[in-house]
Design a protein around this ligand. Structure first.
Ligand SMILES: Nc1nc2c(ncn2[C@@H]2O[C@H](COP(=O)(O)OP(=O)(O)OP(=O)(O)O)[C@@H](O)[C@H]2O)c(=O)[nH]1
Length: 458
């Protein structure tokens, strides 16, 4: 198990995080001059802009951070780096203070009678998928009965999509209405049906439009008036940047939105939209969507998003995923013996982990600075590449796997025949293995900035 930690250190070793670059400029200083602060904030502004944080939020943050930096006397062992990070993280977490809803399943577990939840949002943001994700969450995690209904009368495919998705996870979908029924009639019928059948939750999918217009808004206001939702979740696509903020503003000024469901957080989203939404709308983020599957729903953990925005990656989620998928203990320490005994069988296990965790691209997405890694480099290390290396190792004898230095030309020819790969690939694989082992040993000794940051985050 210890080897796993070293493996991730190996991944971190050659990467630089955005914040790491900024802090590099003040490393070793005992105090910050006015000039340092000016430069620090200028670089930091760029980091925030790159992370899709809106200008109003940036201005607020820079002001607060400047104030604190100017006031702070650097005492004892605290370095300007540590102080700067602490101030920034505190400010970010302050913006997310409404969103610390770790126990929001309690909200659903504690309901009495019928509760209604309304899903609203623009077309294609992931409304229907998120609605079924939440229905599934409430049914299976909170042990409550759930009915879903679509009142999108404009697109027959909308009902069909909801039916298909909800059937997949055995969630009941209300469809006892005619095509001439208006959205309000459908909602009234669904509420009546839910009450008669003692459902705990009714989740309503409203029609999405490509842009907000008056008739759409009026329809949602009317649905909201009829269904009197206990929660109205505005679904926002985290990839859309500032457009998401503008539409959220219009929704929030017209109807009572309880909070947000941010989708597609598994994509290239840099997290800034969440910060902007939280600051500008002053409403909590309840859930995030982290994939296309129904199980891909997560509570919103502010600290994880903060580390993503700052370019530290999403190490906590990554470690949790590893834990869930392969029983990895994040508290285990680096053990030199396990690195020294790191043979090709252990190497194969690491390769399998990468495949199980969704490939190198998914991993990079969550480690510090990972998103900034050259994509063409990432493409070279796709799952095909890892599977090829596994096939090579599978064609080796036990002795060869333990003592790879035994693998000479004739052994390579035999392995090449057995695994169906070129001899050059075997040499490449052995080189890669040696490099990884060396890095493990080296990183095991180092206390680099990223090592320290990793500990702070985990
Ligand atoms: N990667 C990823 N894809 C998602 C996520 N949530 C939804 N999607 C995808 O986004 C696309 C649109 O999702 P829908 O649920 O149809 O979106 P919608 O808002 O209901 O769309 P309309 O019904 O047209 O208004 C689908 O391909 C979903 O699989 C997510 O968290 N991650």
């Amino acid at each position: 198990m210890d080897v796993n930690i070293n493996f991730f250190y190996f991944m971190l070793e050659n990467l630089t995080s955005k914040i790491g670059n900024i802090l590099g400029k003040i490393a070793g200083k005992t105090r910050l001059t006015e000039y340092d602060i000016k430069n620090l904030l200028r670089d930091f502004r760029k980091t925030l802009l790159d992370s899709d944080v809106s200008w109003t939020v940036i201005k607020h943050l820079l002001e607060k951070i400047r104030e604190k930096l100017e006031k702070i006397e650097i005492v004892n062992k605290a370095s300007p780096n540590d102080i700067f990070i602490k101030i920034v993280v505190d400010e970010f977490l302050d913006i997310f203070k409404n969103s610390r809803l770790d126990n929001c399943d309690k909200l659903f577990k504690d309901n009495i009678g019928l509760s209604t939840i309304l899903f609203i949002g623009l077309q294609g943001v992931g409304k229907t998928t998120s609605l079924v994700k939440l229905a599934n969450f409430i049914k299976y995690k909170c042990s409550k009965s759930v009915l879903v209904v679509s009142c999108d009368v404009y697109r027959p495919a909308a009902l069909e999509q909801l039916l298909i998705l909800s059937n997949k996870v055995n969630i009941n979908c209300f469809s006892d209405y005619t095509i001439t029924d208006s959205p309000l009639i459908i909602v009234e019928k669904a509420i009546k049906y839910s009450r008669l059948n003692n459902y705990d939750f009714l989740i309503i999918d409203s029609a999405g439009r490509s842009h907000i217009d008056n008739s759409m808004m009026q329809e949602i206001i009317d649905i909201s008036a009829v269904s009197k939702p206990d929660y109205s979740f505005l679904v926002v696509d985290s990839m859309v940047g500032q457009d998401g903020i503008r539409s959220a503003d219009i929704f929030c000024s017209n109807i009572k939105v309880s909070g947000f469901f941010l989708t597609k957080m598994d994509g290239d989203s840099k997290g800034g939209v969440l910060l902007s939404l939280s600051f500008l709308m002053k409403k909590p983020i309840y859930f995030i969507g982290v994939g296309e599957n129904i199980e891909d729903i997560s509570y919103f953990y502010p600290d994880r998003i903060v580390s993503r925005i700052l370019g530290f990656g999403d190490l906590s989620s990554l470690m949790e995923e590893i834990n869930n998928n392969i029983g990895f203990d994040k508290n285990s320490s680096i053990n030199k013996n396990s690195i020294i005994n790191f043979g090709l069988d252990e190497f194969k296990t690491q390769l399998k982990y990468i495949i199980e965790l969704g490939g190198i691209e998914k991993l990079l997405d969550k480690i510090p600075g990972g998103y900034s890694v050259d994509k063409s480099l990432v493409n070279k290390f796709d799952n095909k590449f890892f599977s090829k290396m596994i096939a090579i190792i599978n064609s080796m004898t036990i002795k060869e796997k333990k003592f790879p230095s035994l693998i000479n030309g004739s052994r390579k020819r035999r392995i090449s025949l057995g695994s169906g790969v070129d001899i050059s690939d075997i040499s490449k694989m052995l080189k890669y293995y040696e490099k990884m082992k060396k890095s493990f040993l080296k990183v095991g000794d180092e206390k680099s900035f990223l090592d320290k940051m990793k500990k702070k985050i985990l």
